[in-house]
Design a protein around this ligand. Structure first.
Ligand code: UD1
Ligand code: UDP
Length: 375
């Protein structure tokens, strides 16, 4: 029996790992699976845990207002080590590119516990974009013994860096398992979304999120001004669940609160958010996870970044990089809203990131290994 400890801390990691927790727990004879959350995020993490009815075995409750990267990383290392000492897992699973991902992998490495990295191999090749996530990914790949790449392109990046082929599996992204599960449950009525009484009938719903560190300051302000200009067209409603980072809430509220046809919300729990993605005309975001999910719902995405580590949907033509330039955002959004041919071009339902079975593939790969070996 393998003892597996799954470590995560932020909203996107939870959304992408809770389906894996559920999948691995289908084989209680093969694995004992425990969950340790760092709670690098608090409410936003709890929303995602609730959506999948997962109760952590350990909650390190580490979030602090305006936490720094170094302070957070140090606290995670210090708080996780006693958990590893108590649990002595055969394998630690981490996901993605956050401070929790890197510190979780490093803490396990220091205890000589093998690490499996879910969503491995995403690269822009630029350590400044996204910051610090690109570096977190590269370092986590070096620390990991096993690599679950979402796409063939991500696997190729790992092979180029010298990752052993037999430790590398192309699985699809577990985030697609999550979004398809919620979409199907909403369709069947097994899950219900709110009524959204404030949705303006007859307007195009433009759903917005943003939180990238490299855009804080002038970049984010330029985005907010573009959204204000879009709202002033009169035929759209901007709906923006604002990330709790004070570097985001500050400019969002200063530049958008109270404008006609702009609805600022607190971060939404996952099920309502998927419902809004289903209802919207267009998504404007810098989120990694939303770039991956939207093609499954047939929604076009304008990405508020200059570079993406998720180029597959850009190549497939359902996602467009627009950066943070105000005029470019307004022009590209107007093109989609006003040109049905352009809109049709970006709304093919085709998802290069997965088919909803990534967790099964990861479980299969883990089951085939007679023993979990060291890096
Ligand atoms: C983190 C990740 C980023 C990921 C993003 C997902 C790192 C370095 N960054 O960025 O890769 O894309 O999460 O959203 O790991 N806060 C709350 N409540 C919450 C969550 C955050 O109040 O539930 C506030 C706190 O003041 C906190 C701040 O947001 O200090 C920043 O949170 P942090 O996790 O450090 O950075 P994010 O920008 O969320
Ligand atoms: N999401 C959510 N509520 C919101 C905004 C986003 O549940 O109000 C979900 C979204 O569907 C995706 C994930 O959160 O699954 C993305 O998280 P985030 O944008 O914070 O991080 P990133 O993916 O950029 O690392």
């Amino acid at each position: 029996m393998k003892r597996i400890l799954i470590v995560f801390g932020t909203r996107p990691e939870a959304i992408k790992l809770c389906p894996l927790v559920r999948q691995l727990r289908l084989s209680p004879d093969a694995y004992t699976v425990k969950v340790c959350v760092t709670a690098q995020h608090r409410e936003m993490l709890d929303h995602a845990l609730d959506a999948f009815s997962i109760q952590p075995d350990y909650d390190l409750d580490l979030m602090q207002p305006r936490q720094t990267l170094a302070g957070l990383t140090a606290r995670i290392l210090a708080a996780l080590d006693p958990v590893l000492e108590t649990e002595r897992p055969d394998l630690v699973i981490v996901q993605g590119d956050t401070a929790t991902t890197l510190a979780g992998a490093l803490a396990a490495f220091y205890r000589e516990i093998p690490v499996a990295h879910v969503e491995a191999g995403l690269r822009t090749g630029d350590m400044a974009q996204p910051f610090p996530e690109e570096m977190n990914r590269v370092l986590t790949s070096r620390l990991a013994a096993w690599h679950f790449a979402p796409t063939a392109r991500a696997a190729e990046a790992l092979l180029r860096e010298g990752t052993a082929r037999e430790k590398l599996f192309v699985t699809g992204n577990t985030g697609i398992d999550a979004v398809l599960y919620v979409r199907d449950a909403l369709d069947s009525g097994a899950l219900r979304a709110p009524d959204w009484p404030w949705l303006e009938p007859g307007k195009h719903l433009v759903l917005v999120t943003s939180h990238r560190r490299e855009s804080f300051g002038p970049g984010l302000e330029s985005v907010m001004r573009a959204l204000a200009r879009l709202a002033s067209r009169g035929d759209v409603q901007i709906v923006y669940p604002v990330h709790r980072n004070p570097n985001v809430t500050g400019p969002a509220h200063a530049l958008l609160a109270g404008l006609p046809h702009v609805t600022l919300l607190d971060p939404l729990p996952y099920v309502p958010f998927v419902d809004l993605m289903r209802r919207c005309k267009l998504i404007i975001t810098d989120s990694g996870g939303i770039q991956e999910e939207a093609p499954s719902l047939g929604k076009p995405v304008l990405v508020l970044r200059a570079k993406t580590e998720r180029p597959e949907a850009v190549d497939a033509g359902t996602v467009k990089l627009v950066g943070v330039d105000q005029d470019r955002i307004v022009a590209e959004a107007a093109r989609l809203l006003d040109d049905p041919a352009e809109y049709a071009r970006l709304t093919r339902i085709h998802n290069p990131y997965g088919d909803g079975h990534a967790c099964e593939r990861i479980a299969e790969a883990l089951a085939k290994q007679p023993a979990v070996d060291r890096a």
